[in-house]
Design a protein. Structure first.
Length: 54
């Protein structure tokens, strides 16, 4: 996801969400984007409309 957004010049940051157990494979994390890039990032990472209806 981070590489896809970077290819569109959208700056990202990986945020550590804490020390919770996550299926024994590290800790959960999130990808943060700037507020002005939020909707562009959501559109790029979402499924096309026709695939969502199935």
């Amino acid at each position: 996801m981070q590489q896809l957004l970077a290819s569109y010049d959208i700056a990202t940051k990986i945020i550590d969400l804490g020390v919770k157990s996550y299926m024994g494979a590290g800790t959960p994390a999130a990808l943060q984007v700037r507020l002005q890039d939020k909707w562009t990032a959501l559109l790029l990472l979402s499924l096309p409309e026709d695939e969502q209806q199935t």
